[in-house]
Design a protein around this ligand. Structure first.
Ligand code: LLP
Length: 419
């Protein structure tokens, strides 16, 4: 569900025509719909209404300050994975007591910054990391609130690059070592063992893997309780998919599959949705430069590229592509939609059927809100696209298009003597 719709054959973001944004700000650009973001947060949050819960938006999906500010104002917490994300969400007004810190490789500086800010908990992913957190907390004369992230060893049925809950993945503590690590955690100074966490992967489109994970962690929690651990929080990660092409379950069903196995544990539930909150709330708008035909193929060459949206080549991801202006009597063509970057992997779609465009037309690459802009790069010295946030009839530039000076700002031109 989103608020990108056609009115008289013109694609709008809420009440703003995308073509109007293109006229003002050029292409390519990202545009997000505030109404969609608010709605997604509300629907997701309400799905967990029956339980003591906290939604911690996984800000890695889309981390513009204005987006974070919007979620913070709705009471969202944040799931962070770096010191940069901590600084960003604090800058946007996040409540530190609603921040959880995940990730396998936290540095001393990041641990110290998180403890200094007073976050809710650090999700610790290995024995060495747990010992390091204890040391850093000791130096700061603080107690670190920690949970151990458990790898539940299951297959969430998603792309291997975004599957994290299998035993050969780098994430979490293996099931076979969980109790050992909890016992060690208890023996270490300056740790408050407040919870348990897990996360099984991303773009998951069935409820069964979530239910399986919840069942596995429920029995671990019961045993830990019996061993005297007073756990308060159970962090179930993120992972609910969105309809790129497939039909994921609605948040209410997803919540039910997670909560059912946990209902008698009396824990406060933390969830870390990323994609489901922001994915369909953003599109990437790009302009057709050329139609190129070879003996065997037709290419629609656009001004956006893999440096703007890398998901198609990285995960074989499908993104619907819609014309910003629908024209009657346009025949359909089958084409690859490609960018100007010098890589064969630079495509948004392959062998895609779409209404025949012409040079100068605008195309909207849909469902690009999550893991779109945040994964953009400057490859081929391409400035990153601007981000626009539409709210009703207003379009706010929340990040300007980069300039050449931005690209070389940190560089030094050192001219070496020829030898
Ligand atoms: N919590 C943890 C610990 C995570 O690692 C992730 C995502 C999330 C929550 C949020 O998952 P979500 O609700 O968004 O599925 N770049 C990839 C996705 C990488 C996901 C990484 N972790 C993509 O474009 O598909």
């Amino acid at each position: 569900m989103h608020y990108f719709d056609y009115r008289n054959d013109e694609l709008f973001a809420e009440d703003v025509p995308l073509a109007e944004i293109a006229r003002r700000h050029g292409t390519p650009f990202y545009v997000y719909s505030a109404r969609t973001l608010r709605r997604h947060f509300r629907v997701f949050d309400e799905a967990f209404a029956g339980a003591d819960h906290l939604v911690c938006y996984a800000m890695k999906a889309l981390s513009n300050l204005s987006i974070l500010g919007l979620f913070a104002s709705m009471g969202s917490g944040f799931d962070i994975v770096s010191g940069g994300e901590l600084a960003r969400c604090l800058r946007a007004g996040a409540d530190p007591a609603r921040i959880v810190f995940s990730g396998v490789g936290k540095t001393d500086e990041e641990i110290a910054a998180a403890l200094g800010a007073g976050i809710l908990m650090l999700n610790v992913e290995s024995g060495p990391e747990m010992r390091r957190v204890s040391e850093v907390a000791g130096r700061m004369k603080k107690n670190a609130p920690v949970s151990l992230r458990v790898n539940p060893d299951l297959d969430p049925g998603t792309h291997p690059h975004i599957s994290t809950g299998h035993r050969d993945s780098k994430f979490g503590v293996p099931l076979s070592q969980v109790f050992e690590y909890y016992a060690e955690a208890r023996s270490l100074p300056n740790l408050d063992i407040v919870g348990l966490s897990t996360h099984i992967g991303s773009q998951i489109t069935e409820t069964a893997p979530f239910a399986e994970a919840a069942n596995k962690v429920a029995s671990i929690v019961e045993r830990l309780r019996a061993d005297g651990f007073a756990l308060k929080h159970l962090d179930l990660g993120g992972g609910l998919g969105i309809p790129y092409q497939e039909e994921p379950p609605p948040p209410a069903l997803y919540a039910k599959s997670l909560l059912e196995p946990l209902k008698n544990l009396g824990l406060s539930i933390i969830v870390e949705p990323g994609r489901v909150l922001v994915g369909n709330a953003g599109v990437l708008v790009t302009k057709v430069l050329y139609i190129k035909e070879t003996d065997v193929k037709r290419f629609i060459v656009v001004d956006g590229a893999m440096n703007d949206l890398i998901r198609p080549v990285l995960y074989e991801a499908y993104h619907a592509i819609l014309p910003v202006r629908r024209r009657a009597a346009r025949s359909a063509v089958v084409a690859d939609v490609v960018g100007p970057v010098c890589e064969s992997g630079d495509f948004f779609a392959r062998e895609r059927e779409l209404p025949e465009p012409e040079s100068g037309d605008l195309l909207a690459v849909m469902s690009a809100g999550a893991y779109g802009f945040v994964m953009a790069s400057n490859y081929n010295s391409r400035p990153r696209a601007p981000e626009i946030l539409v709210d009703g009839s207003e379009a706010h530039v929340i990040r300007e298009r980069e300039t050449f000076d931005d690209l070389v700002r940190a560089e030094k031109l050192v001219i070496l003597k020829t030898k």
